[in-house]
Design a protein around this ligand. Structure first.
Ligand code: CUA
Length: 229
């Protein structure tokens, strides 16, 4: 999760988020190079007084400074498209989780396990335990097996919500009447926090998401207890 003064991306917990971070760094590097070059040129132009009285046109330089930026943009567009299709790829998921956005809480369904379902509300600040995270912890966490492909289906019951978990590189809109799909692979155990990221009404800030990533045998125990209760 994000902690104090963490202004960058969170540590990745999935291969897709790792790729997203690589792409972010790549794009940022190009951005820095362009900023430095343009900054240098601007400073040099401001602080000299040379005038070329005979300069009316320059076909060659115009060609160069039109085509060069286009090529630089290709270097961003190609990896960007690769990532876009990579994020959309479904790779034989082991289980499916359905999350439904409501005003203002999430509900979840494990369709593979006897349609087990539950609601997940934020824990209000006055009911929070000492080790809880304010505005981020929920009463019923999603438990998922690590090292497994997981498909998630996202929809909403009232207005548009967005199921967003930064550490996993997942951000899918839940839209009434539509069923959106994505998948991810959690490569370590732990708690992963997320929040709704579509402005969905008064309590938009108070419908967080918590994933508890556990080894597969722990998950099987949890799900069988849950289904049998
Ligand atoms: Cu749900 Cu914002």
């Amino acid at each position: 999760m994000s902690t104090w003064a963490n202004l960058g991306l969170q540590d990745s917990a999935s291969p897709l988020m790792e790729q997203l971070i690589f792409f972010h760094v790549h794009a940022l590097l190009i951005l820095v190079m362009i900023t430095v070059l343009v900054g240098y040129l601007m400073v040099m132009l401001f602080f000299n007084s040379y005038v070329n009285r005979f300069l009316l046109h320059g076909q060659l330089i115009e060609m160069i400074w039109t085509i060069l930026p286009a090529i630089i943009l290709l270097f961003i567009a190609m990896p960007s498209l690769r990532l876009l299709y990579l994020l959309d790829e479904i790779n034989e998921p082991s289980i499916t989780l359905k999350s439904i956005g409501h005003q203002w809480y999430w509900s979840y369904e494990y369709s593979d396990f006897n349609d087990m379902e539950f609601d997940s509300y934020m824990i209000p600040t006055n009911e929070l335990s000492n080790d809880g995270f304010r505005l981020l912890d929920v009463d019923n966490r999603i438990v998922l097996p690590m090292n497994s492909q997981i498909r998630i289906l996202v929809t909403a019951a009232d207005v548009i919500h967005s199921w967003t978990i930064p550490a996993l590189g997942v951000k899918v809109d839940g839209t009434p009447g539509r069923l959106n799909q994505t998948n991810f692979f959690i490569n370590r155990p732990g708690l992963f926090y997320g929040q709704c990221s579509e402005i969905c009404g008064a309590n938009h800030s108070f419908m967080p998401i918590v994933i508890e990533s556990v080894p597969v045998n722990y998950f099987i125990k949890w799900i069988s207890d849950k289904v049998n209760s």
